[in-house]
Design a protein around this ligand. Structure first.
Ligand code: HEM
Length: 145
């Protein structure tokens, strides 16, 4: 099925691009709440972003990587393949760290102080996540625009 933006990308690819941009905005808003010291709202927004990330991985990115694995591992001089890997590896790390951070909070929701002790892990997660999101958008541009 053809996509939304008329670029020739599949519908699920365009929906995935929209999801990446939405996640980016949710993370930025989550960081604004962190700055305002509204940590519960910060954690909730990051939790929504992590759920969207897992869904986009399970429904679109994972199956695409699996189906095109030969191409992604052999056509390594292709710029789109290179941006895909710079998107996928930090993205996978950010997804795992995000699940750990939100999962640990979900187990003890009243303990925000325990979250605070994980702030260095949060810094690393956000760094990997932003690299992944920027290169995810770059990958779409290289392949379809
Ligand atoms: C994917 C998940 C998350 C990401 C990417 C994330 C990101 C961040 C970042 C970048 C900071 C700034 C750290 C610093 O000051 O160096 C921060 C601070 C903080 N976050 Fe998160 N966060 C996440 C999940 C959570 C969760 C689940 C909670 C629990 C409520 C939480 C509570 C806090 C608190 C309390 C701070 C302030 C730490 C301090 O300044 O002492 N975060 N977060």
């Amino acid at each position: 099925m053809t996509g939304i933006f008329g670029t020739g990308a599949l519908l699920q690819t365009d929906i995935n691009l929209i999801l990446q941009i939405v996640m980016f905005l949710i993370i930025v808003i989550g960081l604004v709440y962190k700055s305002k010291r509204k940590f519960k709202r910060h954690g909730e927004l990051m939790g929504i972003a992590v759920i969207l990330h897992v869904l986009s991985f399970l429904l679109v990115m994972g199956p695409s990587l699996y189906e095109n694995y030969d191409f992604f591992t052999t056509a390594t001089s292709n710029v789109g393949v290179q941006t895909t890997w710079i998107h996928a590896i930090p993205g996978a790390i950010a997804m795992i760290l995000g699940i750990v951070l939100v999962g640990a909070w979900a187990l003890r929701p009243s303990n925000i102080a325990a979250c605070r002790r994980r702030k260095r892990l949060m810094d690393i997660t956000v760094l990997f996540w932003f690299i992944s999101l920027i290169f995810g958008i770059a990958t779409y541009i290289v392949f379809y625009v």
